[in-house]
Ligand binder design. Structure first.
Ligand code: IMP
Ligand code: MG
Length: 191
């Protein structure tokens, strides 16, 4: 491996595995949301890679919108304290909303977003996450209707997921080498 990929210790999910699973999820969503024109919402920037592929695997009418948040955290651990940087462009009252996430770890970020969205009275509100890492979950009661893969308790990058804003563009999901992790960590980061 060369370039950014040489910092990867192990590939957990290949480009082909991700693509195949995204097509399956798109099929399920197309069936279950038929006639309801869902609004797919994702948080910049990590989930955007997943959202763009997922939306192309859905063959019913839909719309997409984006939010941006900043979580006060170290590079590897989330605090659950979240600040809204960019709100949605559209109203969601009465809409069928699917929150598309890259990874649910502690669940605190998703919990914050769900409270924010629920307060606007959507017709329905569910989560579609590419990755689920249940080992570190703090907030248990999340409406995860669609889940791409359950992953072990290891920090991963690629396919949108970053470490200090790097590695998002890798077409696979991999574990970062320990030697790359763990230098002085920033106080806040965008998702
Ligand atoms: P939670 O609030 O702990 O569920 O964290 C969710 C957010 O933390 C994700 O949207 C990511 O931005 C970030 N995150 C959690 N785990 C990882 C990881 O393994 N790699 C990269 N980012 C991660
Ligand atoms: Mg991040």
């Amino acid at each position: 491996m060369t370039g950014a990929a040489q910092d990867i210790e192990e590939i957990l999910l290949t480009r082909d595995q991700i693509a195949a699973r995204v097509v399956e999820l798109g099929g399920e969503i197309s069936r279950e949301y038929a006639g309801r024109a869902p609004l797919l919402i994702s948080v910049l920037k990590g989930a955007v890679y997943f959202l763009t592929d997922l939306s192309r695997a859905i063959d019913i009418p839909l719309a997409v919108d984006f939010m941006a948040i900043s979580s006060y955290s170290t590079a590897r651990a989330q605090s659950g304290v979240v600040r809204l940087i960019k709100d949605l462009d559209v109203e969601i009252t009465g809409r069928h909303v699917l929150l598309v996430e890259d990874i649910i770890d502690t669940g605190l970020t998703a919990g914050y977003l769900l409270r924010l969205l629920q307060a606007r009275s959507p017709a329905s509100l569910q989560i579609c996450t590419l990755l689920d890492r249940p080992r570190r979950r703090i907030l248990e009661a999340l409406p995860i209707a669609y889940r791409g893969f359950e992953i072990p308790d290891r920090f991963v990058v690629g396919y949108g997921l970053d470490y200090r804003e790097r590695y998002r563009h890798l077409p696979f999901i991999g574990v970062l080498r320990e030697t790359v992790l763990g230098e002085a960590e920033p106080a806040a980061e965008q998702q």
